[in-house]
Ligand binder design. Structure first.
Ligand SMILES: *Cc1c(COP(=O)(O)O)cnc(C)c1O
Length: 365
């Protein structure tokens, strides 16, 4: 791709990547021969579900392949505004919006803060697609302070998950402010960032100032979002490595997406690629019924089939928890293949990883 002729110092500059995001049909057509459903998709999602793609993320795409997994995640298609996809999805299926703007307090010990609507790339499957049309806006200092006051007043909160949009798109000073204020609260033990920048613009982590800040307020964890083995590149590996060297663990949350990663072999390769760069696969989420994104949903049987396939083919460390989010904001539920074929009292018949039925009586001493 012509994009690749950019000098290396620019290519490795996060701000250059953000400034040069591809946001219009005309620009994108310079690099990719678009399908009619993409051309119409970009036109008809304007203002509702806008497009933005970093040159880096675009460079991972095979422009010859209409079903390329990067392409499916980044380029709008007309199906997003299809009548059924609009009607059957909900803007806020997980009921995140509450009394305090940007704050969701669902589990007693954990709270979710969304600090900006800005993202490096607007993923077509985003669970917060409802915020795309709000424009790119970071929360004001007053809004952040209000969230932090709430956390200060609720002593049961031990874990703060900072998300967005893209929380690490904020300037280092603003990130430092949030971390400093949270660390003043004695009951806050864990701080996590939900960030997709290791995948979309890993150059963000080449900024020593950011790494200094994240390290300073330890323990800070990163939850990222790799969905396909093609996203595990040299640059993303370098970003992860820099975080790990500063003592910042990196866990991954994948979303099961039709056409992107719903082949068992693809998912296995993704999990193997993540372990190679020392990222722990934490969750595999079933795709939520989000307005404008339900065309990415698979059956639950597909997810179970994938989980069954993983077991025995990869280290246990590489097996995520498959989970569905319950409607009405009732929280996450883990799902497993059924490995108990029969049970009478303490006598079980288990199914082994290789599919063998094994009888086992387990008595308490
Ligand atoms: C997923 C989620 C969390 C974090 O859950 P973990 O299982 O600890 O990762 C916290 N708050 C909300 C609202 C969530 O949706």
């Amino acid at each position: 791709m012509e994009l690749l002729k950019v000098p290396k110092d620019l290519w490795n500059d996060y701000n250059w990547q953000i400034r040069n995001r591809i946001k219009t049909l005309e620009e994108l057509q310079r690099y990719v021969k678009l399908l009619p459903e993409e051309i119409e998709g970009i036109r008809r999602t304007q203002g509702l579900y806008p497009m933005a793609i970093t040159p880096y993320y675009l460079s991972l795409m095979d422009p010859e392949d209409p079903e390329d997994p990067i392409r499916l995640q980044a380029i709008p298609r007309v199906v997003e505004v299809d009548e059924k996809v609009q009607r059957e999805g909900e803007p806020d299926a997980l009921r995140e919006e509450g009394d305090i703007p940007g704050l969701t307090h669902r589990y007693p010990d954990r709270v979710l803060m969304t600090v900006t609507t800005f993202c490096a790339v607007y993923c077509r499957h985003c669970m917060r697609k409802r915020i795309f049309s709000e424009g790119e806006r970071a929360r004001t200092k007053e809004e952040i302070d209000r969230m932090i006051s709430y956390i200060r007043e609720h002593e049961e909160i031990r874990d703060v998950l900072i998300s967005g949009g893209e929380p690490l798109s904020l300037g280092n000073d603003r990130i430092e402010y949030i971390l400093r204020e949270l660390r003043k609260i004695r009951h806050v033990e864990i701080i996590r960032f939900g960030t997709r920048l290791p995948v979309l613009a890993p150059q963000r982590f080449f900024d020593e100032g950011l790494l200094d800040t994240l390290e300073k307020y330890s323990p800070v964890w990163i939850n990222t979002h790799f969905n396909h083995p093609k996203e595990v590149t040299e640059l993303s590996a370098e970003a992860v490595d820099r975080l790990l060297r500063r003592g910042i663990p990196v866990n991954n949350q994948t979303v099961l997406l039709k056409g992107v990663n719903d082949e068992p072999e693809t998912m296995l390769e993704l999990m193997r690629s993540l372990l190679r760069i020392k990222v722990k696969p934490q969750y595999l989420f079933h795709c939520d019924p989000i307005k404008g994104a339900i065309h990415f949903r698979t059956s639950v049987d597909k997810g179970i089939e994938i989980m069954r396939y993983l077991r025995g083919r990869i280290s246990g460390m590489g097996i995520p928890t498959y989970a569905v989010d319950l409607p009405g904001g009732k929280g996450k539920v883990p799902l497993l293949p059924n490995y108990v074929l029969e049970r009478k009292g303490n006598r079980f018949v288990f199914e082994s990883f290789s599919g063998e039925a094994v009888e086992y009586t387990i008595d308490e001493v």
